[in-house]
Design a protein around this ligand. Structure first.
Ligand code: COI
Length: 358
């Protein structure tokens, strides 16, 4: 159990006036959580302080060698004014898996969850009140050793910040266009694809920018070896409903094990759908599209929730999905996930963790 010292701001910021115009993570709440790591001492000095900039030495390891990991979570306000989290222990566990790969000391699952809950409670007024908006939570750990040798750092900071946010995509729940990337890759076996490390995202920006210039929301990454099998989209996992079955890439090291992905798979199986986690060739997706068998395509992610895809472009070939509309299974998943998260549906699976009354 952490002994968290809380210092409240004496100059609170104005809360957002219009929660329909929040966008995604553009402004941040009044406080942040911090905890330091020193080799030999372990994690120490857990504290909540006013949101503020860091003073860091320019030679910090993180600036040069990107020894950094992060998570993405949300806090939701229910109609009866309860503030709650969705499967926070899954994020805590995933951060441990990322830590292991990046040689970063692990934070115990219960300490991680305690820290998130404590910060959300202090900043509970920042949890939005309207449908579809929530408090996006960004826990991250970065290396602070000073020096330019390439080694695991002996000092780290664990920080959590929060941003009242609406939909991740400007399109909201409107279906998006996705470009299938056939030049750049995101991950390969043995690399860091299964972790949430900043480096994965840095390497993805160029392809994302090029796709955006052509009017696509994001890119769909293919496997890094043969560029043959579908893996994931820039900020979410992706699922394909073909001829009644749902397909998604398996989490075998190159794909992020998404909490929303795993929750959607559980729900789909409960509803009687066969979900295949395994290799799916992009050529087969496009073929299914041309034969009218590609019934629905959707992304899953904490930020994106469940996000319908209306078009895939691969090497000049295009397929259009669900007549440009959200498909019935995508809609049911979206309604069920958001229903559980915002407390409108019963939490039969025990996924929700209460933080406090709002
Ligand atoms: C999330 O869904 O929480 C993520 O971390 C994706 C991020 C790139 C916005």
């Amino acid at each position: 159990m952490l002994d968290i010292k809380i210092t409240r701001t004496t100059t609170p910021k104005a809360l957002p006036q219009d929660e329909t115009k929040l966008g995604f993570a553009k402004q941040f709440s009044d406080h942040m959580f911090l905890m330091d790591y020193t080799e030999g001492q372990g994690w120490h000095d857990p504290r909540i302080v006013p949101y503020q900039p860091f003073a860091l030495d320019p030679a910090c390891v993180v600036f040069h060698y990107a020894q950094e990991i992060f998570e993405g979570m949300k806090a939701y306000r229910t109609a009866d004014n309860t503030i709650q989290l969705f499967r926070p222990e899954c994020n805590a566990q995933r951060m441990q898996d990322s830590s292991d790969r990046l040689c970063i000391p692990k934070i115990p699952v219960e300490d991680y969850v305690q820290a998130v809950k404590a910060l959300v409670e202090v900043d509970k007024d920042w949890v939005p009140h309207i449908d579809g908006a929530s408090l996006y939570i960004r826990p991250f750990v970065f290396a602070t050793d000073v020096g330019l040798g390439v080694h695991a750092s002996k000092h780290y900071v664990f920080c959590i910040i929060c941003a009242p946010s609406g939909a991740y995509y400007a399109e909201g729940l409107d279906p998006v266009r996705i470009y299938v990337e056939d030049e750049y890759i995101r991950a390969a076996p043995g690399l860091t694809g299964f972790t949430k490390c900043g480096g994965n995202y840095a390497a993805s920006i160029k392809a994302g920018e090029l796709a955006e210039q052509q009017g696509f929301a994001q890119v769909l990454w293919l496997d890094g070896v043969e560029k043959k099998y579908v893996e994931e989209v820039g900020s979410m996992n992706i699922m394909f409903k073909i001829d009644g079955k749902v397909y998604t890439a398996a989490c075998t090291g190159t794909v992020l094990p998404g909490v929303t992905r795993r929750s959607c798979i559980e729900l789909l199986r409960d509803w009687g759908y066969e979900v295949v986690e395994g290799p799916l060739a992009i050529a087969d997706v496009m073929k299914a599209g041309h034969e009218g068998k590609l019934e629905e395509v959707f992304g899953t992610g904490t930020a994106a929730v469940v996000s319908p895809v209306k078009e895939l472009d691969w090497k000049g070939d295009k397929v259009f999905i669900s007549g440009g509309k959200i498909g019935p299974v995508t809609q049911k998943l979206y309604d069920t996930m958001t229903g559980i998260q915002w407390g409108k549906l019963p939490d039969e699976k025990g996924w929700v963790v209460e933080v406090c009354k709002g």
